[in-house]
Design a protein around this ligand. Structure first.
Ligand SMILES: [Zn+2]
Ligand SMILES: [Zn+2]
Length: 889
């Protein structure tokens, strides 16, 4: 939908859409901006320009319009106090990792907290009405602006003010009245300073008017009245109208402090540490002038580099000031901002990686590392993390609990960055030779090699970072679409009664509702359909084998083999109980392994995905490194401890909102739950998940869990394969048998080896006797030597290097018509050695060369003595046959 058209329509009838009670009471006048034409409401009848174009834009820098000064945390206290006093519930922030929406990695607005997706529809679920929330939001689109513009953040606190008028909340009049009083009464801003601008909001099929409120050109908040659905003109009023007022807490702090940038008043004491590191006083006239210019120009240009150049010119900044003040300052603001975002994201369970939302986090840490290197700063990241958390913990106590985890993850990631530098340097050199890469090439460089444009700039491989880089990367990694399941024409069929959620009979009768080829729909079923990573039940329906079961919305479809019953028939059905029991044990084990991994490894462990079949199962967890043998053992031990302790596995149904409030978002280990009533599977307080699968009654029923294999399957994800119950016992038995067999094999091998050594020893003693026998024409067949006259060949394993050397050499000395060829194994190679008497007619060199080439190696020597060999032991028999025929004819 075109927002401009909606705005035109709404602004054509301001009485209906925008003129709230407050405007009439206070005497606001409606004006049209003489520069851009936008409509705005003001108490100052002389004002002709909208806030964006006004002459007072950003004049609060150095001269704030409030009598009191509030920094970031103090500003929230003021906002919270005001709304609570006015009958709002103050709700704790939701995680920044958006576990309750599968179309978003991160929470991007306060209203997202309360949106739940049901099929293709978005519904609202508010835990209180009206409410206010200090929601940390992550947005990576403007990453290039962070640290540079003075007002862009990679994460910011959106003050969310939400009300549902039809469920006891309020609507437009009261909302605007509250927002006005928040600014004027609570923050002490003069009434004349507040300007409301008419705007609209549209998205997700709904739309409505909105009033943005500004003070001195700074947009502090936007009150959206989500009211309509459908196409403009044919639109209807929503069943549930919602007020979505979002305001930037950072901006509230900024307007009261009047600092050169919003960063100066929002990061707390960390700034001082960073300023000390670069030796700058942020409270200088030059900086005020420069950042005021940046603020004024930023909306008028697309290219940030252009804005920067213009601000440098207008503020009269010298090259020296630019290099010694502005550039380092931008760097430390970036560090403070990015670090704060990483603290929130890691606290909420996200990891920097090469997949999904992890891309943006890794990018930010690399930007921090790159900036530290570029500016040659000596910073203690752990100390900076502590400073941030100490400042924020009053508003966000949960950050305090994950302090050490955040440090551990960032340390590991920074070490990885250092390790990858040699590789990055080589790539950067190539880029420098080839010339400036395109935005697409830069994205590929980051995605496949982890090379950030900051790094390339740092090493002078590129001169500027293209302005679209971060927005394009962010678009690629904001969300991913889930694939849809194959569709059957099931529209008119009733919902299948799911017996496995009731008394779960393994044998039952049911009526055949519908048959599609080999697929059957029943009115009721105890066959568990594939879902949540759990494989389906097998068994029989009317005597036909059930080979697959799938769920299509509320209808369960059974795939049969060998034929199908007729529609309308009542049939007897039987679930394969052994298979089901095994799958069930594996499923509960998945929950246990998840909990024990979290216990052993850290709070960042989440289920990434899971698979539970009857004879094996696997759990993919979010973790930064491969597991060590010791960690695997610890996880397995912790899991079996839970099994031994025989905890009850409880299943309870909750209203979704209640479950989220009671247990938090860790219940969504298996992903989003698109139903209002959620099934909570809990093993005491060790593991609590929303899950639709089948489970044992007590953990002791599992008896045993064995981890069979672990593997880092992608950056940030580790796969744990395991077995449980009877399969685990079988696995242990097999392992033991294998070990026994291995031990027996080792003993046999050792005694064979010993025997051979003894034989070789004996053979050496036999040399003089054997020589006599050969010379005198006696048979030495029984000693493993073939002869033809005085030509000898052996491949007996009883003879070694020493034997061949001595026997061959002596033989041809004793009799010049004799020749000798021995083939034997020496280490990983097969070797051949040939001695030929001058009258034997044998050419030793030729044989060695030929045999060595068969064995894939080389041979050398002359006609009288030669040797050679090769590593291709598979050709040993071929080599023996050839050598034998070459010498014996
Ligand atoms: Zn204007
Ligand atoms: Zn489960």
């Amino acid at each position: 939908m075109d927002k401009r058209e909606i705005l035109k329509e709404f602004s054509a009838d301001p009485e209906k859409y925008y003129n709230v009670k407050l405007f009439q009471e206070q005497g606001f006048v409606r004006k049209s901006c003489t520069k851009c034409g936008r409509f705005f409401w003001t108490l100052n009848a002389d004002r002709d320009l909208c806030p964006d174009d006004g002459l007072d834009t950003y004049s609060f820098i150095g001269e704030p319009p409030t009598s009191k000064r509030f920094d970031y945390t103090q500003s929230w206290k003021q906002v919270e106090e005001f709304f609570v006093k006015n009958n709002h519930t103050s709700v704790s922030r939701y995680p920044v990792v958006c576990r309750w929406r599968d179309d978003l990695f991160f929470t991007i607005a306060s209203v997202v907290d309360f949106q739940r997706v049901m099929g293709s529809k978005v519904v609202f679920e508010f835990p209180a009405n009206p409410l206010v929330v200090p929601q940390t939001c992550l947005r990576f689109k403007d990453l290039e602006n962070v640290g540079v513009t003075g007002r862009h953040f990679s994460s910011f606190c959106m003050i969310g003010q939400h009300s549902v008028p039809d469920l006891g909340g309020y609507w437009k009049d009261e909302c605007v009245d509250l927002d006005f009083r928040l600014l004027t009464n609570q923050f002490g801003i003069k009434k004349e300073e507040v300007v409301f601008v008419e705007d609209v909001w549209a998205g997700g099929g709904s739309f409505g008017p909105s009033l943005e409120y500004f003070v001195r050109g700074l947009e502090l908040g936007n009150a959206v009245f989500t009211e309509f659905q459908g196409e403009l003109g044919q639109h209807t009023t929503l069943d549930q109208r919602v007020i979505d007022m979002g305001a930037g807490l950072e901006r509230f702090a900024w307007i009261t402090m009047g600092t050169p940038t919003a960063y100066d008043c929002c990061f707390g004491p960390i700034n001082e540490k960073l300023f000390n590191a670069i030796g700058i006083d942020s409270d200088s006239e030059v900086l005020k002038k420069y950042f005021t210019e940046i603020a004024k120009e930023i909306d008028h240009y697309d290219d940030l580099n252009e804005v920067r150049r213009l601000a440098v010119k207008n503020a009269g900044i010298t090259d020296d000031q630019l290099n010694k003040m502005i550039t380092p300052l931008e760097g430390v603001y970036l560090i403070a901002d990015h670090l704060r975002t990483l603290i929130f994201a890691i606290t909420d369970g996200a990891l920097p990686s090469n997949v999904g939302g992890g891309y943006n986090l890794r990018m930010m840490l690399r930007r921090i590392n790159g900036t530290i290197n570029r500016l040659n700063l000596k910073l203690d990241i752990d100390d900076l993390i502590d400073t941030h958390i100490d400042y924020l913990k009053d508003t966000y106590p949960e950050l305090d609990e994950k302090r050490e985890d955040v440090k551990a993850i960032l340390k590991l990631e920074s070490a990885r960055y250092e390790d990858s530098k040699i590789h990055m340097k080589k790539k950067a050199e190539k880029i420098r030779e080839r010339g400036a890469p395109s935005v697409g090439e830069l994205i590929t460089l980051y995605e496949s090699d982890g090379i950030t444009p900051e790094y390339l700039k740092e090493v002078d491989a590129i001169s500027e970072i293209p302005s679209q880089f971060y927005s394009k990367l962010s678009d690629l990694h904001q969300s991913e679409k889930k694939k849809a399941i194959a569709e059957l024409p099931l529209e008119d069929l009733p919902e299948t009664e799911t017996l496995f959620y009731k008394d779960d009979p393994m044998e039952f009768d049911a009526k055949v509702i519908k048959v599609f080829d080999d697929q059957v729909v029943l009115d009721r079923t105890s066959f568990y359909a594939r879902g949540g990573g759990q494989e389906p039940d097998y068994g029989s329906i009317a005597g036909f084998k059930v080979i697959n079961v799938d769920k299509h919305a509320d209808i369960i479809v059974h795939k049969l083999e060998g034929g199908t019953p007729k529609e309308g028939e009542t049939v007897s059905c039987k679930v394969d109980e052994t298979r089901r029991a095994n799958i069930t044990k594996n499923h509960t084990s998945t929950h246990i392994i998840n909990a024990s991994s979290r216990e052993v490894l850290g709070s960042w462990i989440w289920q990434h995905s899971a698979f539970k079949d009857d004879d094996h199962a696997r759990l993919d967890i979010t973790h930064h490194s491969s597991l060590t043998e010791q960690q695997v053992k610890q996880i397995e031990d912790a899991a079996n401890k839970m099994v031994k302790e025989n905890h009850p596995v409880n299943i309870d149904y909750y209203d979704r909102g209640t479950a989220e409030q009671k247990y938090g978002f860790r219940i969504y280990q298996g992903g989003v739950v698109p139903v209002k009533s959620v099934r909570i599977v809990s093993i005491e307080d060790k593991d609590i998940e929303a899950c639709g699968g089948t489970h044992v009654k007590k953990t002791g029923d599992i008896e045993l869990i064995k981890i069979t294999k672990t593997k880092r399957i992608q950056d940030g994800v580790v796969r744990i394969e395991f077995v449980s119950g009877p399969t685990a016992f079988q696995y242990v038995k097999d392992q033991e048998e294998n070990a026994k067999k291995q031990a027996a094999d080792d003993i046999a091998k050792q005694s064979l080896e010993k025997q051979r050594e003894e034989n070789k020893e004996k053979a050496r003693e036999q040399i003089p006797i054997l020589l006599e026998k050969v010379i005198s024409g006696e048979s030495v067949e029984s000693d493993g030597i073939n002869t033809k006259d005085k030509l000898c060949f052996t491949s007996s394993e009883n003879y070694d290097d020493y034997f061949h050397q001595n026997f061959g050499k002596k033989l041809v000395v004793k009799d010049s018509s004799a020749a000798y060829c021995g083939i034997f194994e020496a280490g990983p190679t097969v070797r051949v050695m040939i001695f030929a008497g001058v009258e034997s007619g044998v050419n030793a060199g030729e044989i060695a060369k030929e045999i060595a080439s068969i064995l894939g190696g080389s041979g050398g020597g002359d006609a009288k003595f030669a040797q050679g060999g090769g590593k291709d032991t598979s050709k040993k028999e071929q080599a023996i046959a050839k050598a034998k025929s070459m010498i014996l004819g």
